[in-house]
Design a protein around this ligand. Structure first.
Ligand SMILES: CSCCC(=O)/C(O)=C/O
Ligand SMILES: [Fe+2]
Ligand code: NI
Length: 180
């Protein structure tokens, strides 16, 4: 079940706030400029759908976002537990970083844990099927896909180069809960 847990960035042991209610999550995240939405597919997608089918099913939502925000491109990323790069990729995303553009991710299936570091707090968002999260440009964050990653997500980009990150060098992620 999707969820948001908020911690102080000085106190990893004790959560300040938690909810699994989509509306409460949306309201809490809106206060820090983070967009959280639930999207519905135009048609039924089976397990492990092809990228073309994924885009077709959510094209109306992508078009709405692109018209509003002027994003330039999108793609589909899938991770499975047998991916040979899973440990290296997990480590890369677990290192706190920023992007010069909004990080826009929609979970078609599976799940992942986004952790945002701002205003002296850590916002851990467990994203699952139908969740859209948009993290504003230059927000410190990390992402945990777990030891057996399993998700399909649409990524929407602001620039033609795709994924570009600046790592902060802060080891803070090590102190906070992970997906497993
Ligand atoms: C869910 S897409 C992979 C994660 C990613 O792109 C990123 O930047 C995490 O912070
Ligand atoms: Fe990121
Ligand atoms: Ni819970």
């Amino acid at each position: 079940m999707s969820g948001l847990t908020i911690f102080s960035d000085k106190e990893p042991q004790q959560a300040l706030w938690q909810s699994h209610d989509a509306q409460a999550i949306q309201q809490q995240l809106a206060q820090i400029g983070v967009r959280f939405e639930r999207w519905q597919a135009d048609c039924e997608l089976g397990d492990h759908p092809q990228p073309e089918a994924v885009i077709a099913a959510y094209q109306h939502e992508i078009d709405r976002l692109v018209a509003e925000k002027g994003y330039q491109s999108w793609d589909v990323i899938s991770m499975r537990p047998d991916n040979a790069q899973r440990e290296a990729l997990r480590e890369k995303f677990l290192a706190e970083h920023t992007h010069g553009e909004d990080e826009v991710r929609f979970f078609v299936e599976g799940r992942g844990l986004f952790c945002l570091h701002l205003e002296g707090k850590i916002f851990q968002i467990l994203c699952e099927r139908n969740d859209l999260l948009s993290v504003p440009a230059n927000t410190r964050h990390w992402f945990d896909m777990g030891s057996a990653p399993n998700f399909t997500a649409i990524r929407v980009f602001d620039n033609p180069q795709g994924w570009v990150a600046q790592f902060t060098g802060d080891q803070i992620a090590d102190a906070y809960p992970r997906l497993d």
